[in-house]
Every structure is written in structure tokens, then in C-alpha cells.
Design a binder for this molecule. Structure first.
Ligand code: ATP
Length: 302
């Protein structure tokens, strides 16, 4: 009997691992798309993250050589700071995220983390150092504990609870019929978009990467959920270098730096108040979004 159950248990583990890998890839798809074949250098080093200073130095990039997408992008994310990318659809925000992950090779300039050129380090060590919180967190048909701990099989219950608290989802989990043992996902309890995102945040907090890439949800959430998510994102960003792809400006007003992209170029940069004072593109985007949000609030109240 033992001889039979052991291999079966082993198969279960393999099955889980394959399933995890597939969902992991699925999760990245939106932001990171299908990766091209990039080879590590023969003598590639392991990336050594000290503070997590990210530097884009005159980066140029084209998916298709006849159509340049990024045209000399330079910016720095000093260790522990948050930089937000805003701009119209197609301006190149997600492309910057994909290049940071080295899913594509820059065609000009360089990207460095703590002075190490991404082309000189292994992709595995690079990708392990970056936590991605996608727009839609994929849940497994398993317990909520499993879903939070995913990617850190060795996590203790204390660590899982601490991550859930930091992501502001612990109280919600305790309100579920079986707490952390409640089955979620398609075949279990279905979670709302905001709850799923907080599971994704807890998962990333548990993984503890020094660098974060956030792809903020485009869809508006209700005000309370939005506030909860913002607080958990803030907690997660403490002490990490963060690049946020923002769709709604209200969520990035306290970023250390905001970059306004247009057609692959940075057309404005600064803090929220500085950009408003410039009365340029950011200021008009802000005015437009504020008016839209007021309209929505009025419609909601009517
Ligand atoms: P959005 O806000 O709509 O997500 P974005 O600012 O993130 O837009 P990107 O996804 O970076 O924009 O796209 C920048 C440009 O690159 C677009 O013109 C897009 O059509 C093009 N592009 C994106 N991915 C590919 C690809 N895999 N192959 C070819 N062109 C691509």
C-alpha cells in the first residue's frame, strides 16, 4: 500500500508544480506577453540586488525594426522609491515592464539594476528579484492558504497570516466559513476583483522581492475597496523599488516620481503637484479624470 501511495503522492506534487507553472505564465501574459527567446550570456552572473536602484539609460526598443516603440527613455528609480508610468494607450508603459523583466532585449541604451547591466545577469536571478502584481490575479482551485503561499512552499502559517494582514485581507479570510482552509477559485468560493487582487498582493509580500512591478487595474473599484487596495499596495511598497503602470491618476498622487509617456517618449516628469503646476499634459489628464470621476459619483448617487 505504501509503495502505491508514495508514487501517487509524488505525482500529485508534480501535477501541482506543472499547474503552478502554467498559471504563473498565464498571470504574466497581460503585462508581459509571450516572451521571446533570450539567451543568457555564457558567463552570466547572478544579479546581486543591494538597494534595488533601477536605471533606464537612453533605452530604445522596437518589436519590429521598422517601427520604433521606445525612443531614448531615461529615468532612475532610486532604491526604495516609487515611479509611476502614465500615458495614453500604446505609449509604451507595458513595454517598459517587459524590458525590465528582460522578455525582450533593448535595441539601444541599457537597463541596469544596482549598476549591473541586465544583459550580464541570468534571467532566472533577475526574474526572481522582481515581484509582479498583475491586473488580474489568477486563483487556483485550492484553499485560500495555498493561494497566498503559492510560490513559497516553505512558508509557515505565521508568515502567511502576516502577509495576509499586510495585504489587508486577513479579516476577510477569517470571515470565510473555514477561514484559511476555505476552498476558492472557479470550483470554490468566488472572490471579487478587489479580494483577488489582495490575495495577489499577499502572495507577493510573502515572496518578498526587492523590486516590484505593478500593473494597476483599469476598472474602477468601489471607493472602500480602492482605499483598502491602495493601503495594501503602500504596505507592500515599503522599502522596495516600485514601478507602477497606472491607468487612473488618483492612485499615484504620492509617487516619488511620475513619468508621462507619449509615443515612446517621456514628455513630462515630476511629482504630482509639480506636474499640476506645469499645466501641461498631466494637468489636463488630471482635470479630465477628475471630471469623469465626479460624473460617475453623481450618477452613482442619483
Ligand atoms: P496600454 O495602456 O493600452 O496597456 P501601453 O502604454 O502599455 O498601452 P504597450 O503595450 O507598451 O503600450 O505598447 C506600445 C506599442 O507597442 C503599441 O503600439 C503596441 O501596439 C506595440 N506592441 C506591443 N506589444 C507588441 C508586440 N508583441 N509586437 C508588436 N508590437 C507590439
Amino acid at each position: 500500500m505504501i509503495q502505491i501511495t508514495m508514487p501517487l503522492g509524488f505525482l500529485g506534487t508534480v501535477y501541482r508544480e506543472i499547474r503552478q507553472a502554467l498559471v504563473d505564465m498565464g498571470e504574466m501574459f497581460d503585462l508581459l506577453q509571450q516572451p521571446a527567446e533570450i539567451q543568457d550570456k555564457e558567463d552570466a552572473d547572478v544579479l546581486k540586488v543591494k538597494g534595488g536602484h533601477i536605471s533606464f539609460d537612453h533605452v530604445e526598443f522596437a518589436y519590429d525594426p521598422t517601427r520604433p516603440i521606445l525612443k531614448g527613455i531615461s529615468f532612475d528609480v532610486p532604491a526604495g522609491q516609487t515611479v509611476a508610468l502614465v500615458g495614453p494607450s500604446g505609449s509604451g508603459k507595458s513595454t517598459i515592464g517587459r524590458l525590465l523583466f528582460r522578455f525582450y532585449e533593448v535595441t539601444g541604451g541599457a537597463i541596469r539594476i544596482d549598476d549591473q547591466d541586465l544583459r550580464d545577469v541570468t534571467q532566472e536571478s533577475l526574474q526572481q528579484s522582481i515581484g509582479v502584481v498583475p491586473q488580474d490575479t489568477v486563483l487556483f482551485n485550492d484553499t485560500i492558504r495555498y493561494n497566498i503561499a503559492y510560490g513559497r512552499a516553505d512558508a509557515t502559517d505565521e508568515e502567511i497570516v502576516a502577509a495576509a494582514k499586510a495585504a489587508r485581507i486577513h479579516d476577510f479570510v477569517l470571515s470565510l466559513p473555514e477561514g484559511y482552509d476555505t476552498a476558492v477559485g472557479e470550483r470554490g468560493l468566488k472572490l471579487s476583483g478587489g479580494e483577488k487582487q489582495r490575495v495577489g498582493i499577499a502572495r507577493t509580500i510573502l515572496k518578498n522581492p526587492p523590486i516590484l512591478l505593478l500593473d494597476e487595474a483599469t476598472s474602477a473599484l468601489d471607493t472602500q475597496t480602492e482605499r483598502d487596495i491602495q493601503m495594501s499596495l503602500k504596505a507592500m511598497g515599503e522599502g522596495r523599488s516600485v514601478i507602477t503602470i497606472a491607468h487612473r491618476l488618483s492612485t499615484i498622487a504620492d509617487a516619488d516620481q511620475i513619468l508621462v509617456l507619449d509615443k515612446g517618449e517621456i514628455i513630462e516628469r515630476g511629482r504630482h503637484e509639480e506636474l499640476l503646476a506645469q499645466r501641461g499634459r498631466y494637468a489636463s489628464m488630471w482635470a479630465r479624470q477628475s471630471a469623469e470621476e465626479e460624473d460617475e459619483a453623481e450618477q452613482g448617487a442619483a
